[in-house]
Design a protein around this ligand. Sequence first.
Ligand SMILES: Nc1ncnc2c1ncn2[C@@H]1O[C@H](COP(=O)(O)OP(=O)(O)O)[C@@H](O)[C@H]1O
Ligand SMILES: [Mg+2]
Length: 330
Amino acid sequence: MFKSLKSRLFIWYIVSLLLMTIFVILVVHVLALKNGTLFLALLFFTLAVFGFTIIYKITKSLTYLSSRMKMISSKNLDDRINDIQNEDEIGELAHSFNELLDRLHDAFKREQQFIADVAHELKTPLATLRSTIEVALQQKRESIDYQKALQEALSETHRLSSTLKNVLDLAWSETPAEQKNAKLFNLVELMEDLLETAQKMAIDKKITVSGKIEKGIKLYGFKDKLGRAVLNIIDNAVKHTPKLGKIEITLKKEKDKVVVKIHDTGIGIPEPDLPHIFDRFYRGSSGDKVIGSGLGLAITKAIVISHRGEIKVRSKVGRGTTFTITFPLS
Ligand SMILES: Nc1ncnc2c1ncn2[C@@H]1O[C@H](COP(=O)(O)OP(=O)(O)O)[C@@H](O)[C@H]1O
Ligand SMILES: [Mg+2]
């Protein structure tokens, strides 16, 4: 019951006050002992020693805790403070600190993995580019061969720059946006613009893009970021829907939520791929056939989450895919 420091200190304080009062009344005034002042000094001293012991214990654990905290750096993020077993506030502080380290450790691991993935993604097109140029330079060739080599080199640089752009976008979408710059914007306008863009993107494949956009919906946040998030889904829909297919874009209000839906009649996503499509650099089994970096949906998810939204996907191979994004109407 008296495990917390707060209650222990409080009890020490109350007991001290009580004892001193009783002592002064009884010994000094009622009994009027000769050595009253001496006894009072003794009692005062004993209580002070008790108080000092309690405070010493507290500060000792705190100093220890702080010295352990000073030793933690990115190199030993897996260290934990396990030797403070107190059941008081200090124990709680050590426990919270360990939990903080857990979270930092996870975040740090994820960043390291991301850098490794980025390096890996950039390595392949760079190696191809290099070997294309090396082969072209090995001997004198016809101009048509040079043209072919340059064409290949150009398409690799396109791949490189699109991956780099996506990496930057992802970094940008994951840094917490300054909430004070968020604005109430017209979501209807944004979705109508996106519908138009989607229709342009789908012309070559003769895909019909239709829209069901409810009027009068506004959202608080960043218009350009959200536009980017939805565009990534539209881009996927166009890429993975065969000729003459259909894409439907919906915006509606549902109770206290805003719902954005993008449905396509494309090739669908195999069940085993579904849990991974939002991971960075994950490209489904159909990934080799179309250009991409596997970052699109990771960017989309980061943006949706930064708007306190949620993104879900439903898909059937050969039938099509539906992405549903919901935002709370605040
Ligand atoms: N509408 C869709 N239809 C079929 N597969 C999809 C669809 N959207 C996403 N995918 C799958 O999810 C993977 C990840 O998508 P994304 O993160 O945008 O990366 P990328 O488009 O660069 O490959 C894609 O490689 C693809 O396999
Ligand atoms: Mg994509």
